[in-house]
Design a protein around this ligand. Structure first.
Ligand code: UDP
Ligand code: MG
Length: 320
């Protein structure tokens, strides 16, 4: 039986470029199918578009049995759209990409190639961004730097929501990564398995405007930091230790001053010491509460503790 690739495309108000995306991508998929023998399905997730995107998608589906449209009742964001497409997919490989042709479909045959070589995760790394200004580039680099410092997980710099995953990675995402606060590309890069990267050049949008404004980007950055790191929660303990240290230094300082400068204002020494000490204790307690909170947070998230790749017995190796 021939293999199949599922292309997952999230669509939010993309009516201007959608036809071009569909024509272009279908052509590439047909050619790839002829050359590699991989069948395909094209899954569009309509994320509550307010323009004519849905009608256009209906047209595609009516005329083309390769097209599946997952239509959301309301806009739930790009992250939700991607996982919905992955849940729906039936292919041996799944590729997520944007509908605005910023992720070149020309890369799909190379991704299929990597699947054939046995890779489970193919991260597409941006080498250039046609539409990104210097500020977006700097903030994006800073974000990945901070993420990698704060979390045990690894994040590919310049990674994108353009990636290929094998069926079993798709199943792990479908069954085990069901968090409400999500960062899909973070999961994809940290599930393990056999992983490789391909480079691509991000083009300018074919049409329409970016849906990610500064606010959405800040929210995504904060979500992903809190989702992959509990460092902010633990700041309380460090603040507490610092305050107590300051209290100790001030105790020594105040006692010395008490003797060499007896005309200091009355009560000053006591005040400073009590203040520093109390704040120190307060921050420590806050830090410990946060520590417990972090543990509860991790539990409530209910992520898998480990993921089985294969089970090897005398009878052979059984892939999971
Ligand atoms: N998108 C979505 N839901 C949203 C916002 C965006 O499904 O709420 C889709 C959008 O249609 C596109 C992809 O996510 O296919 C990336 O969005 P966009 O191009 O606006 O972001 P950028 O490429 O500028 O980061
Ligand atoms: Mg885009």
């Amino acid at each position: 039986m021939s293999k199949k690739i599922s292309i997952v495309v999230s669509v939010y108000n993309e009516e201007l470029g959608l036809r071009q995306f569909y024509d272009h991508t279908s052509q590439i998929l047909k050619d790839a199918s002829a050359n590699t023998g991989w069948d395909y399905e094209l899954i569009f997730v309509n994320d509550g578009s307010k323009d004519g995107s849905l009608d256009i998608l209906r047209e595609f589906a009516a005329a083309d049995d390769k097209v599946v449209v997952v239509n959301f009742a309301a806009n739930r964001g790009h992250e939700a759209a991607m996982i919905a497409g992955i849940d729906q997919s039936t292919g041996d490989g799944v590729v997520c990409m944007d509908a605005d042709l910023q992720h070149p479909p020309e890369a799909i045959p190379d991704i299929i190639d990597k699947f054939n070589q046995g890779y489970d995760v193919i991260s597409m790394v941006r080498t250039a961004r046609a539409d990104a200004g210097i500020i977006k580039k700097i903030t994006s680099a800073a974000f990945y730097h901070v993420m990698n410092k704060m979390s045990k997980a690894n994040f590919e710099n310049n990674s994108s929501d353009f990636f290929g995953i094998s069926r079993r990675v798709a199943l792990v995402l479908k069954n085990d990564y069901r968090e409400r606060v999500r960062f899909l590309r973070g999961y994809v890069q940290n599930v393990g398995f056999k992983k490789t990267t391909l480079e691509f050049e991000a083009r300018a949008r074919v049409a329409g405007e970016s849906n990610y404004n500064i606010r959405a980007l800040v929210k995504l950055a904060l979500n992903s930091i809190c989702n992959f790191s509990d460092a902010p929660l633990k700041m309380g303990i460090y603040a507490g230790v610092l305050s107590l240290l300051a209290a100790f230094i001030l105790v020594v300082y105040s006692i010395v001053m008490y003797f060499i400068q007896p005309d200091m204002p009355q009560g000053y020494t006591t005040l400073v010491i009590v203040l520093c000490f109390m704040f120190g204790v307060l921050f420590m307690i806050l830090g410990f509460i946060s520590e417990y909170l972090a543990i509860i947070f991790a539990e409530v998230k209910n992520r898998p503790i480990y993921i089985v790749d294969s089970i090897i017995t005398k009878d052979g190796e059984e892939l999971k």
